[in-house]
Design a protein around this ligand. Structure first.
Ligand code: 4AD
Ligand code: MG
Length: 457
C-alpha cells in the first residue's frame, strides 16, 4: 500500500506494510517516532515504536534518508494526522550515511538544483511533481473530452517554425573535420539526413498538416530553444502543448485557450488540495485565491495598439520604453495584467514585424492575427494565432522575410490543396506549472532543467 492510502485507512487490528524513506527520526526514552514518506502524498505516515513492548527491536541505521519496510497496525493518532502506524516490526532496506544532503533543515532551491537527483524527495519538489502530473493528465483530458486527436510531431526537423534562428543543430558530421564543398561551405549532403537538421522549436507546422485532415488536433511534447536568455522563465528544453483547429478563426482560438487554462487550473485545485495548501503556505501566499479568481473571471481582451497606448502613458515606470512597433516585454506584460486588468489579458493584432511569418495578415497590411495570453506575475503563458491560409499572401510574406519557398514546399501545398481558415496556440507547460504552484524559477518546475551552460544529470 502507498502511504497516501494508509493515511486514509481506518484503525484496525490488521497488520499492514508501510515502505518509504525516513524523513525524520525522534528518539524518546521509551518511544521512537519516525516520519515515513513515499512521495504518494505530501504528508508522511507517523510510525510509533514502543521500545518497551518491542524490547529486541533493532533500529540501527534507521536515519533520515534511509529506506525501510515497516509493519504494524493502523491506530488513531493524537497528533496532527488522523492515524499513525503502531509498529510491530521493521527492517532497514537501504542505509543512508550522514553525508546525505537532505538533512532536516530547510534548503534553498539553488542548493537543491545542484542535487536534482535527490530533490524530488523534498516536500517542495514532491508537490511540484504531483501537480505537474495532474496538469499533464488534465491537458490530455481536456482535449480528449473535446474530440481533439493527439498527434506526435517530429523532434528532429529541417524547418524553423518561429524563424528566430534559435535552434540546436543535429548532426553526425565530424566537427573536427567537417566536409566542405567547392564554395567553402559545409557540405550537408554528407550529413545524416542529407541536409541541415535541428531540434524542433515547435510542432506547429506539422501540427497544421494534421489539423487540415482531422480538424482538431493537439501535440504535447518537448521543444528546444537555443535562446541565450538567463531568466526565471526560459529553458532550453521545455514542453509545449499545441492545439490546432481547422475551420476556426482567432475568436475560436481564444475561446479554447481560455476554457483550456481554466479547466487545467480547476483540476489541480480539485485533485491536489494538500499540495496547493503547501504552496500557499510556503511558496506564494494567496496562490490558491489567485487561481480561483482566474477560473471565475473572464479574461480581458485588448489589441496590441490599445495595449501600447495604455503603456505609453506610464513609460517612465519602465526600464524599456514602448512605442507602437516595439515588443511587449515582461515588465509591460506585468503592468497590463497586474495593474490594469488584475486578471489574465489576451493581447491581439500585433505588428507583423514582431511576429512569425505564418500569422494571418489583417486588412490594414500592418498587423497580424496573433494573440498572446498574459498572466499576472508571469507574463506570456500562451502564444497563438490564426494562420495565413491564403497561398498568395503567405508567399508574399515569406518573400518579404527572405524565407525560401522550397524549404516550406509542403507547408505551402496545404494552402494549395483545400485550404481553410485555421488557428492554434502553444502553451509553455512549465510556465503553466510555475503559475499554478507559484514557484518563482522555471528551473524548479521541470525535473532536470536545461539552460545556458547547464545540462547536468
Ligand atoms: O510564443 P511561442 O514561441 O509560440 C510558438 O512556438 C507557436 N508555434 C505556438 C503555436 O501557435 N502553436 O511559444 C509558445 C509558448 C510561450 O507562450 C511560452 O509560454 C512558452 O511557449 N515558451 C517557453 N517556455 C519556456 N522556455 C522558453 N525558452 C520558452 N519559449 C517559449
Ligand atoms: Mg510568443
Amino acid at each position: 500500500m502507498r502511504i497516501k492510502d494508509l493515511l486514509n485507512t481506518a484503525p484496525s487490528e490488521k497488520i499492514v506494510v508501510a515502505e518509504g524513506w525516513v524523513r525524520t527520526r525522534r528518539d524518546g526514552k521509551n518511544v521512537t517516532f519516525l516520519e515515513l514518506n513515499d512521495g504518494s502524498s505530501l504528508k508522511g505516515l507517523q510510525v510509533v515504536i514502543d521500545k518497551e513492548k518491542l524490547n529486541d527491536i533493532n533500529l540501527d541505521g534507521i536515519s533520515t534518508g534511509s529506506s525501510v519496510h515497516a509493519e504494524g497496525v493502523i491506530v488513531e493518532s493524537h497528533g496532527e494526522q488522523k492515524v499513525e502506524l503502531s509498529l510491530t516490526s521493521i527492517a532497514l532496506i537501504g542505509e543512508c550515511p550522514d553525508d546525505y544532503p537532505l538533512q532536516k533543515k530547510r534548503h534553498t532551491v539553488e542548493f537543491l538544483r545542484e542535487k536534482a537527483h535527490l530533490r524530488a524527495r523534498t516536500n517542495l519538489f514532491g508537490a511540484v511533481a504531483r501537480v505537474r502530473n495532474t496538469m499533464s493528465y488534465a491537458i490530455h483530458s481536456f482535449f480528449q473530452e473535446n474530440g481533439f486527436v493527439y498527434v506526435n510531431t517530429p523532434i528532429i526537423t529541417a524547418s524553423d517554425c518561429e524563424g528566430a534562428g534559435e535552434q540546436f543543430q543535429v548532426t553526425t558530421l565530424d566537427l573536427e573535420n567537417v566536409p566542405k564543398g567547392e564554395d567553402g561551405k559545409v557540405d550537408y549532403t554528407k550529413d545524416f539526413f542529407g541536409k541541415m537538421a535541428n531540434l524542433t522549436v515547435s510542432g506547429q507546422l506539422e501540427g497544421e498538416t494534421y489539423a487540415l485532415a482531422l480538424k482538431d488536433i493537439y501535440t504535447f511534447g518537448p521543444t528546444f530553444r537555443a535562446e541565450n536568455s538567463n531568466t526565471t522563465r526560459h529553458l532550453a528544453e521545455f514542453w509545449m502543448v499545441e492545439p490546432e483547429m481547422a475551420f476556426t478563426d482567432l475568436y475560436g482560438d481564444m475561446e479554447v485557450a481560455e476554457k483550456f487554462l481554466k479547466y487545467v487550473f480547476s483540476r489541480v485545485l480539485e485533485k491536489n488540495p494538500e499540495d496547493m495548501a503547501f504552496f500557499d503556505n510556503f511558496v506564494l501566499k494567496g496562490v490558491i485565491e489567485t487561481l480561483e479568481h482566474v477560473i471565475n473571471s473572464p479574461f480581458e481582451h485588448m489589441t496590441y495598439t490599445d495595449a501600447i497606448s495604455i503603456l505609453e502613458k506610464v513609460n517612465d515606470k519602465f526600464e524599456y520604453q514602448v512605442h507602437w512597433g516595439s515588443d511587449i516585454q515582461s515588465e509591460h506584460e506585468r503592468y497590463l495584467t497586474e495593474v490594469v486588468a488584475k486578471r489574465p489579458v489576451i493581447v491581439t493584432d500585433y505588428p507583423k514585424e514582431i511576429k512569425a511569418f505564418y500569422m494571418k495578415m489583417n486588412d490594414d497590411g500592418k498587423t497580424v492575427r496573433g494573440m498572446d495570453v498574459l498572466a499576472p506575475r508571469l507574463g506570456e503563458i500562451i502564444g497563438g494565432s490564426e494562420r495565413e491560409w491564403r497561398l498568395d499572401v503567405l508567399k508574399e510574406r515569406m518573400q518579404e522575410l527572405g524565407l525560401k519557398e522550397e524549404d516550406y514546399w509542403w507547408y505551402l501545398e496545404l494552402r494549395k490543396f483545400g485550404s481553410v481558415p485555421h488557428s492554434g496556440f502553444g502553451l509553455g507547460f512549465e510556465r503553466a506549472v510555475q503559475y499554478v504552484t507559484g514557484v518563482q524559477n522555471i528551473r524548479d518546475v521541470i525535473p532536470y532543467p536545461r539552460y545556458v551552460k547547464s545540462a547536468e544529470f
